[in-house]
Design a protein around this ligand. Sequence first.
Ligand code: IMP
Ligand code: MG
Length: 178
Amino acid sequence: MTSTKLPPNPAPLLTTDAIQARVLELGAMIERDYADKELAVVAVLAGSFVFAADLVRAVNLPLSVDFLGVRSYGDSTTTSGIVRITHDLMRPIEGKHVLLVEDIVDTGLTVRFLMDNLLTRQPASLKLAALLHKPVRARAAVPIDYLGFTIEDVFVVGYGLDHAQRYRNLPYIGVVTP
Ligand code: IMP
Ligand code: MG
């Protein structure tokens, strides 16, 4: 008999119900703010894929969805601020009202880089939706227009967020001790 030891599930920080309730609230705000605008959602791969999927379904408006793949250099739990686009948008965003959707704003360096990049493409407007924010680690100023939750300086996984590519499928947000 093999004795494969599975690590314990990450300790819950935000339950599935709490996340769903907040996503519905954010969706309602976005729906109100973009009622007469051409909304182009840009989701950052891979971490925001679950959040973006739930968020767009909470917005009852005509909208488009596109994806940006990024890789930030650094070790597994911190970012260096040097970001490389690994998958670019499929369509231009010029003249569109762009909503960038991120899983988490930690130092803010990734989102700052992405917003500066998107602004060069001349969208009509650019706003940011982020599920999580860790303000204590901020190194770049990024106003979050639609924020899910502010959290402490802990490393979280689940609901799209990973640690070494694991846990993205966890239906809640939990804390791992790396
Ligand atoms: P930032 O550039 O430091 O704001 O962080 C950018 C990226 O680091 C996020 O988009 C996440 O992919 C990742 N990240 C930061 N904190 C966490 C965390 O607690 N769990 C999982 N990924 C994280
Ligand atoms: Mg990310």
